[in-house]
Design a protein around this ligand. Structure first.
Ligand SMILES: *[C@@H]1O[C@H](CO)[C@@H](O)[C@H](O)[C@H]1NC(C)=O
Ligand SMILES: *[C@@H]1O[C@H](CO)[C@@H](O)[C@H](O)[C@H]1NC(C)=O
Ligand SMILES: *[C@@H]1O[C@H](CO)[C@@H](O)[C@H](O)[C@H]1NC(C)=O
Ligand SMILES: *[C@@H]1O[C@H](CO)[C@@H](O)[C@H](O)[C@H]1NC(C)=O
Ligand SMILES: *[C@@H]1O[C@H](CO)[C@@H](O)[C@H](O)[C@H]1NC(C)=O
Length: 403
């Protein structure tokens, strides 16, 4: 009797208190998202500060410009949807914003390192990652002061949302092209990558000090597969890979990602309470582009048949030429850097749109030669959400657990 009693207690003790791998991971229910980045995740920052992303941006989902450089939703939006959270308002947007479940500090054209050129010279946003970090810290401090005064309580995050929230990062691509714009060689660009990543690491540490615990970090994409890069920089035939991407730029992106992974490993050691998920967006985007290229014809065949719905299945590649921009003007890629998506001209007092949208953005990968379509972003989201491209391999819902 005595013995039996003891074992029952012991069993209960074991079940409740001992770490068990199947019990230790919990679903996170993030109440807020705080995002940092560039145009891949900008939901209105650059538009608020430097002018609207013009129509037809936003046409597919929002049916009007919505601060995004895309026809519809971005990865950030799909992440928010997954947690049942509203789409993130841009921190810089003073009208109609609702920050109750997070804020977005990203702006199109942002780099990690502050640039020494103005936006009118180079096109890079002055809201670089260090500035985004300052804005975040300002947002945290002032939102809590104002809530405590009893104002805007339904528009600002609760205090504990800052520690329970998910911090997402998608930035780095513009730091790589910035060097090429200054006529640097690939070796010269590689040489400054460690400095760029040191600055990235500093920002993660700053957010941690302010209470951030869950980090979801996208690595940088295959920038050498983007029409604007192939159009802008000199690429020789020998530098084009078998799928049509420019190798030197992709090599630099891969180098950046390798170093980024080192930084993540280092941060895990230095920040004992942080759960940091590294997401290999490069591989997902590259496979989208290469598979679309391979399967494009097959897809066209399906679309002409009666089984249109079949092609809409999750995960199935259903895209046309991945290098052909949907919204643009002329040339090999339907991309002209002087006549960007939505560009207008006034002729005899009438406004003429020079760079219009294609008929069906849902079968395009590239929206405007630089950014992805909503359909591409959705496909990418479906690939990454279950953790199969993450290190550690945890799904989005479990990203608050240390691996
Ligand atoms: C800007 O100039 C400073 C001073 O010359 C230099 O240290 C820094 O690396 C430059 N930044 C970039 C992004 O080139
Ligand atoms: C802000 O958004 C949240 C979540 O969607 C909502 O519950 C709240 O009412 C909104 N606040 C205002 C003032 O509209
Ligand atoms: C880069 O090279 C081009 C062509 O030689 C030149 O026109 C441009 O001014 C150079 N840019 C910089 C920043 O040095
Ligand atoms: C503008 O109007 C003038 C006068 O009616 C006409 O001659 C000209 O062809 C028009 N230009 C264009 C581009 O339509
Ligand atoms: C994750 O999702 C993708 C796309 O839906 C699928 O191909 C893959 O098999 C999934 N991986 C796991 C581990 O569930």
């Amino acid at each position: 009797m005595e013995f039996k009693h003891f074992t029952l207690q012991a069993l209960i003790f074991l079940v409740i208190f001992l770490p068990n791998p199947t019990f230790s991971s919990k679903s996170c229910n993030f109440p807020a998202i705080f995002n940092f980045g560039d145009s891949n995740s900008d939901t209105g920052g650059l538009s608020a500060a430097f002018g609207q992303a013009p129509p037809p941006n936003g046409e597919s989902f929002f049916h009007a410009p919505a601060g995004r450089f895309s026809d519809g939703r971005l990865l950030t939006d799909f992440i928010a949807e997954r947690f049942g959270l509203p789409y993130l308002s841009a921190f810089l947007d003073s009208i109609g914003s609702n920050f109750s479940h997070g804020a977005n500090f990203a702006t199109a054209g942002s780099t990690i390192r502050p640039q020494n050129t103005t936006i009118s010279q180079s096109g890079y946003s002055p809201i670089s990652l260090d500035v985004q970090a300052i804005q975040f810290s300002d947002f945290l401090r002032r939102s809590q002061i104002i809530r405590k005064q009893g104002f805007f309580q339904k528009l600002l995050p609760e205090e504990d949302y800052f520690s329970r929230g998910l911090y997402t990062f998608d930035i780095g691509q513009n730091d790589l092209t910035a060097g090429y714009k200054l006529n640097m060689t690939t070796e010269q660009v590689k040489a400054y990558v460690p400095d760029v990543l040191a600055q990235f690491s500093n920002v993660i540490k700053q957010v941690y000090i302010k209470g951030g615990r869950s980090f979801w970090i996208h690595n940088t994409g295959p920038v050498g597969c983007l029409p604007y890069v192939m159009d802008r920089f000199l690429v020789t035939a020998a530098q084009i890979d078998k799928y049509g991407c420019a190798t030197p730029f992709n090599e630099v992106a891969k180098y950046f990602n390798l170093r980024l992974k080192d930084i993540v490993l280092q941060l895990r050691k230095e920040l004992p309470l942080a759960a940091i998920t590294y997401v290999d967006l490069y591989s997902v985007k590259y496979s989208l582009i290469t598979q679309a290229k391979k399967l494009g014809k097959c897809f066209l065949f399906f679309r002409e048949g009666p089984f249109l719905e079949l092609t809409r299945e999750k995960g199935l590649i259903r895209f046309e030429n991945p290098f052909l921009a949907c919204c643009g003007h002329g040339g090999k890629y339907n991309y002209n850097r002087f006549i960007k998506c939505g560009s207008k001209k006034v002729i005899n007092g009438t406004e003429i749109v020079l760079a219009k949208s294609c008929r069906d953005p849902s079968v395009r990968v590239s929206w405007d030669g630089t950014h992805f379509t909503e359909a591409a972003s959705r496909w990418i989201f479906d690939q990454i959400v279950n953790g199969s491209f993450s290190d550690p391999p945890v799904s989005l819902e479990f990203a608050c657990n240390r691996g």
